[in-house]
Design a protein. Structure first.
Length: 765
């Protein structure tokens, strides 16, 4: 939201009061409390009128500074904030001298200038990260048509020359957010616009720090778009709250962010395999689903999860959590038959109950739905399901009721749920059971919805708990997995989906997926096959569409070959990918990483949004052209040799490469000095990764010792070790745990197989 009209003037009707002086500073052991006046105080008469701002500076976690700003402190309802399960009182140091007051937490110091001339400077050691200075912190009054004034508070934090901003949730707009206006409000807009299913009021700077605006309600960001050298964030009301998060590099920022807002639990290994769905509006029943599954088996196409989308329930009755017996006459028996084929089963749900649902009257009677303000009656809409109501997840009884119906489905043999929707939540005219402000609950609703479902799955399924969620909010990484929503079936939408994934993972989300082939429309064969590659080289992989089945043989026969090859490739990579998943849950560094996150010191990576890393050892550049031509940038200083995982061809780092790839290949590179655990199984994602493992060695420097980690599909670390190169001799040691029937693979040459034991030596001439 823009309050100014250029450099000097204000928008019509705007009155701005900017922090001008730190008039009084209270130094406490754990915080600074500042009385900021909006005019310089020259004499006593200047103290007689406001406004003033109370600024409280504290730390919720080492290396994080929290700034809370209030105008009126008691004139509005309790504000809702971003969940921070990791917040605690760290050791801090406060102090002052004649000109400044400071608070230090870890390596991060905030320095407040006393007296006239407002300035807050955030430093990491001697390095200035950002500042709030002249006309940065403001209290705004905006007069409407009838003279009524709406209040806002804004902060502006400085950007330095060449600094780029990323994140702000799953954003499908350009990856670098500089120049954009970003409204932090969840909406069901699809991937082809500026709206987002997953708003996160956090941005990551290319200079190695982050800013989390600690607000639940809508926040408006002007990213170098109102003031070209500042990020402005504003909120309607009388206060604003934000945190500056130290680095010094992007991974460290994400580690601190997720330590504060929560980290993802580990999804089950089977969830990393291929998911296939009935699609959305296609006609299907038990025979159709069984045919798809059997045909996948006949064509030797591995499948892990089968998902029934919304028409597993009868039309007009979503959600009643009852199988439509016209198409699924014996659901328990059907589920048993499908699970006997080795499949997991997912069901589509949403948090809405249509008027025709048998559950509607019960929900109204018991008060389980959002109510209309002023009447106590149920709030209803026709937008989606006719006459639908919305479950009120602030009501514990409604939560138990909703979970009870899901519990019944789990007892039938269902394994997980696709938690669709959660964005179309009214922000006015409704009342919540716990009295929450509907404006501030709009974004938090999706978070609570996913939490309700995930908590039940964790209770019933334990470590197998996983959802497939579309909407969420900050801290939603605690309830994985998330997918990218409604995209079109073309290369442009494939690229915008990738931008959304990069933006979301830059906000600390460990796992992310998307609809292979696109959701709307029918993908041309080239789009479908290239999207398969991209999809199987994402943390989670799902075939899904809207009005057409997404099974590969209905596109063309070569699509079956591509799907088979890349599904099997992902299964072979599972010892590596699952180790990275465990690491993501332990550290908060996501599996999918933007190039700037993995290579923050390489300026060429700052703007790259058509390639990414899976962990540190795989670089993926999806192909977005009909011809198969693709440009890929390989970081490094030129001497390092990147190795193509599929062909074994080597390329120099520190430069761009233009390549041509058929449908069974794409730029998929391994950096030098890498040991990549390579699994023996390609039929499924969950298997014993320690048996038959190959340690694939890539361009080790002479004298280099490179560690490796091999996980177990139950989430434990099964083995650790390292590989040492001494001239032509390679020595592998298992220093913890055990491997069985394992070998080294160097430059395509395989060592002898070691049945068990702790070391293996191999000489390459």
């Amino acid at each position: 939201m823009k309050f100014t009209d250029g450099q000097w003037m204000l928008q019509p009707g705007v009155t701005a009061h900017y922090a001008a002086e730190a008039y009084a500073v209270e130094i406490h052991p754990d915080r600074l409390v500042v009385l900021a006046t909006t005019r310089p105080i020259k004499h006593r008469g200047d103290t007689l009128q406001g406004p003033t701002l109370t600024v409280t500076i504290s730390s919720p976690l080492e290396g994080v500074v929290r700034v809370s700003v209030e105008h009126f402190s008691a004139s509005q309802p309790r504000r809702l904030h971003v969940p921070m399960p990791g917040a605690h009182q760290p050791a801090v140091r406060t102090g002052e001298n004649s000109t400044h007051a400071t608070l230090t937490t870890g390596a991060l110091t905030v320095e407040l200038k006393k007296g006239e001339g407002w300035n807050l400077t955030f430093r990491e050691g001697d390095r200035v990260l950002t500042r709030s200075d002249w006309r940065s912190l403001g209290y705004i009054q905006w007069a409407g048509d009838r003279g009524h004034k709406t209040a806002y508070v804004h902060e502006q934090l400085t950007l330095q020359v060449g600094e780029s901003v990323y994140g702000l949730g799953e954003r499908f707009t350009p990856w670098v957010k500089n120049g954009q206006v970003v409204e932090n409000t969840n909406k069901d807009g699809g991937t082809a616009c500026e709206q987002a299913y997953k708003s996160v009021p956090f941005y990551l700077s290319s200079r190695g720090y982050g800013v989390l605006v600690n607000e639940a309600g809508p926040v408006s960001f002007e990213v170098a778009s109102e003031k070209t050298t500042r990020v402005q964030f504003s909120r309607e009301g009388e206060s604003i709250d934000y945190c500056v998060i130290a680095g010094p590099h992007p991974k460290a920022v994400l580690q601190r962010l997720t330590a504060l807002t929560g980290r993802a639990p580990l999804p089950p290994a089977w969830s990393f395999g291929l998911w296939m769905t009935t699609s959305f509006t296609t006609q299907y029943d038990e025979a159709t689903a069984t045919h798809f599954i059997d045909e996948m088996k006949r064509r030797d196409l591995p499948l892990s999860v089968f998902h029934f989308d919304c028409f597993w329930m009868r039309e007009f009755q979503w959600c009643d959590f009852e199988w439509d017996r016209r198409g699924f006459p014996e659901p328990e028996a059907m589920l048993a038959r499908l699970k006997a084929k080795g499949l997991r089963i997912s069901l589509w749900i949403n948090p809405y109950v249509a008027q025709k649902s048998p559950l509607f009257a019960e929900g109204v009677r018991e008060g389980y739905f959002l109510k209309r303000q002023g009447s106590g009656l149920t709030w209803q809409t026709d937008l989606w399901q006719p006459g639908m109501a919305i479950v009120d997840f602030t009501n514990p009884a409604a939560v138990a009721w909703y979970q009870g119906h899901l519990r019944r489905l789990l007892a039938m043999g269902v394994d997980c749920f696709k938690t669709d929707f959660g964005e179309r939540i009214p922000s006015e005219g409704v009342v919540y059971h716990d009295g929450s402000d509907p404006v501030e609950m709009h974004n938090l609703y999706a978070l609570r919805y996913n939490e309700v479902v995930f908590d039940l799955l964790r209770e019933v399924r334990g470590a197998d708990a996983v959802v497939f969620a579309r909407s969420t909010y900050a801290s939603g990484q605690r309830f994985p997995v998330h997918w990218g929503g409604d995209c079109w079936s073309n290369f442009e939408s494939m690229a915008e989906s990738l931008r959304g994934g990069l933006s979301l993972t830059a906000c600390g989300f460990a796992f992310w997926s998307h609809d292979i082939g696109g959701f709307e429309g029918n993908p041309p064969p080239a789009v479908y096959k290239r999207w398969i590659q991209f999809g199987l080289l994402s943390s989670h992989s799902r075939l899904h569409g809207s009005s057409s089945y997404r099974v590969p043989w209905l596109v063309d026969e070569e699509s079956c070959d591509v799907l088979r090859a890349f599904t099997r490739l992902k299964h072979r990579l599972m010892p590596y990918l699952y180790a990275k998943a465990i690491e993501a849950c332990d550290t908060g560094v996501p599996v999918m990483r933007a190039m700037v996150v993995e290579h923050p010191d390489d300026p060429a990576c700052a703007t790259l949004d058509r390639q990414y890393h899976l962990g540190e050892s795989l670089l993926v550049a999806p192909v977005f052209t009909e011809s198969g031509e693709v440009d890929v940038y390989l970081p490094g200083q030129g001497a390092g040799r990147w190795t193509h995982l599929i062909s074994g061809e080597q390329q120099a780092g520190g430069r761009w490469h233009r390549e041509q790839h058929g449908f069974l290949s794409l730029p998929l590179y391994v950096p030098p000095n890498t040991v990549l655990p390579w699994g023996a199984e390609d039929e499924r994602a969950d298997y014993d990764y320690t048996r038959g493992l190959s340690l694939r060695v890539f361009a080790l420097d002479d004298g280099a010792r490179v560690p490796f980690v091999v996980p177990s599909p139950d989430g434990r670390i099964a083995a650790r070790g390292d590989v040492l190169r001494e001239g032509a001799r390679y020595t592998a040691r298992v220093t913890e745990g055990a491997l069985y029937d394992w070998c080294l693979l160097v430059d395509g040459r395989r060592s002898a197989v070691q049945a068990d034991g702790g070391w293996l030596a191999f000489e390459v001439n």
